[in-house]
Design a protein around this ligand. Structure first.
Ligand SMILES: [Zn+2]
Length: 114
């Protein structure tokens, strides 16, 4: 199971955030605050003032290619650097990743381990 696939990327991004770097955490927050601020200039300015929207070039560079690329890059970095440390909920039948850490049914093959 060395090959990355979209469901594994999603799982690692969503459930392995303890392996995020501080910059990745700030990038995630920056993205979400920007989405929530929408087109409101005053909300945006306030968020920058509060430090919720990062001005750090290293953080902004992580988002330069868009949010989907950011998610994918974070997941792939974690996979490359921490593969052996990750607690991944694999299906015992087909060895693909479950939907969540607590899932007990495989979305790929339907195997059920309740
Ligand atoms: Zn399965």
């Amino acid at each position: 199971m060395n090959d990355m696939y979209p469901e594994l990327e999603d799982y690692i991004f969503n459930y392995c955030s303890s392996f995020w770097t501080p910059e990745e955490g700030k990038a995630w927050k920056t993205y979400n605050v920007q989405v929530n601020a929408g087109s409101s200039e005053s909300v945006r300015n306030r968020a920058v003032e509060m430090g919720w929207i990062s001005q750090d070039p290293a953080v902004l560079a992580l988002l330069a290619d868009g949010y989907p690329a950011f998610r994918s890059n974070v997941a792939r970095r974690i996979w490359t650097e921490h593969r052996d440390e990750l607690e991944l909920n694999y299906c015992s039948s087909c060895r693909k990743i479950a939907r969540t850490p607590l899932a007990k049914q495989c979305r790929f093959c339907g195997h059920d381990w309740h």
